[in-house]
Design a protein around this ligand. Structure first.
Ligand code: R5P
Length: 288
C-alpha cells in the first residue's frame, strides 16, 4: 500500500497508478496544543511504502508517525521514500554561512538516524551528496532523476549547452544532455559567500545564439541560478532554461529567476510546485 505524506500527495498517487498498489487514506490533523498527528485509519497491507518529502519540521515528524502507524496496523515491511530529503544539505557541521564550526550538528546524520528506526529501507532522489545515504542505519539508496528533466524541454533547442553552475552538478547536466539526445555540457565555478549569496566564475563556453539549459539539483533561494544566468545573458543567448530536480523555491526565488530572464523552469515532483513538469514516479516504481 502506498502511504502519502502531506507534501507528496500527487507523487504518491502517481506512484500508486504506476505500480498498481492501493493508495492509503491518511488523516493529517493537529491537537489543540498544536501537536501534529498523521494517521492511516484504514491501512491493511503487509507492505507499506511511505512517500513523503520532508520539506519542513512538521513533515519530518509526520514520517515518524506514519512509520509507527503502519507498523501498529500490521505492516511487516516498511519502505520509506524521501523524494526530497530535507536537511540533507547539512551533511557536515557548518553554520548557515557555510563556515565549518565546532558545536554545530551534522543535521543530515541526525535526521537519517531518526528516520531509520521505523523503516526497513530508505529510497531517496538526488540528495545533495550521495554519501548522505551512509548516514542511515538501514539499507538506503539514492536514485537519479536527471534524465527525467529532458522530457519537458522543447524538441527544437538550438545548439543546446547544458550547463552546471558548479562542479558538483556536472553529472546532472550530463544526465539531462544524454537523455535529451545531444548538445554540449560545461560548468561554472561557484563560491558560496553566505546562505543566499554566491559568486560565480564563468567558463570559456560560448552562449551566444544558443539555447542554454542550466541544470542543478536544487533551486532554493535562486541565487546560484540567477548569478549563472547573469553571466550567460551578457553573451546574448537565444533562450535560457532552468532545470532542477528539487524546486524548493524559498522566498522570492521565483521572482528572482523571472527577473533574470528565464524562458522556462522545469522541475520534478519531488517537491510539488507550479514548476513541476515531470514525475519521478516511474523511477521510484522501478526501484520498489
Ligand atoms: C548547492 O551546491 C546546490 O547544488 C545548489 O546549487 C544550491 O542548493 C542552490 O541554492 P540557491 O538556490 O539558494 O543558490
Amino acid at each position: 500500500m502506498i502511504v502519502p505524506g502531506s507534501a507528496s500527495q500527487s507523487l504518491a498517487a502517481a506512484l500508486a497508478a504506476e505500480t498498481g498498489e492501493e493508495l492509503a487514506s491518511v488523516v493529517y490533523d493537529s491537537f489543540p496544543d498544536g501537536e501534529l498527528i498523521a494517521a492511516t485509519p484504514g491501512f491493511d497491507a503487509d507492505r507499506a511504502v511511505i512517500v513523503a518529502s520532508t520539506i519542513s519540521a512538521g513533515t519530518h515528524l509526520e514520517v515518524l508517525q506514519l512509520q509507527d502507524a503502519v507498523r501498529e496496523a500490521g505492516a511487516r515491511e516498511v519502505i520509506t521514500v524521501l523524494p526530497y530529503m530535507g536537511y540533507a544539505r547539512q551533511d557536515d557541521a557548518h553554520d548557515p554561512s557555510g563556515q565549518e564550526r565546532s558545536g554545530f550538528p551534522i543535521s543530515a546524520r541526525a535526521v537519517a538516524r531518526a528516520l531509520s528506526v521505523g523503516t526497513d529501507r530508505i529510497i531517496t532522489v538526488n540528495p545533495h551528496e550521495q554519501a548522505v545515504t551512509t548516514f542511515f542505519d538501514v539499507p538506503a539508496e539514492a536514485l537519479d532523476a536527471a534524465p527525467r528533466l529532458a522530457n519537458p524541454l522543447p524538441d527544437d533547442l538550438i545548439e543546446p549547452l547544458f550547463l552546471a553552475p558548479d562542479e558538483g552538478a556536472i553529472g546532472l547536466a550530463g544526465g539531462v544532455r544524454d537523455a535529451y539526445g545531444g548538445g554540449q555540457t560545461d560548468h561554472f565555478e561557484k563560491t558560496r559567500l553566505s546562505s543566499d549569496t554566491v559568486e560565480i566564475a564563468p567558463s570559456d563556453a560560448t552562449a551566444a545564439e544558443r539555447d542554454i539549459v542550466v541544470v542543478d539539483d536544487i533551486v532554493a533561494t535562486g541565487s546560484t541560478m540567477s548569478e549563472s544566468i547573469t553571466h550567460l545573458a551578457d553573451q546574448g543567448p537565444e533562450r535560457i532554461f532552468v532545470a532542477c530536480i528539487h524546486p524548493v523555491f524559498a522566498g522570492e526565488a521565483r521572482t528572482t529567476l523571472a527577473r533574470a530572464g528565464v524562458e522556462a523552469i522545469v522541475a520534478t515532483d519531488t517537491i510539488e510546485r507550479s514548476v513541476t513538469a515531470v514525475s519521478v514516479a516511474p523511477i521510484l516504481a522501478d526501484a520498489l
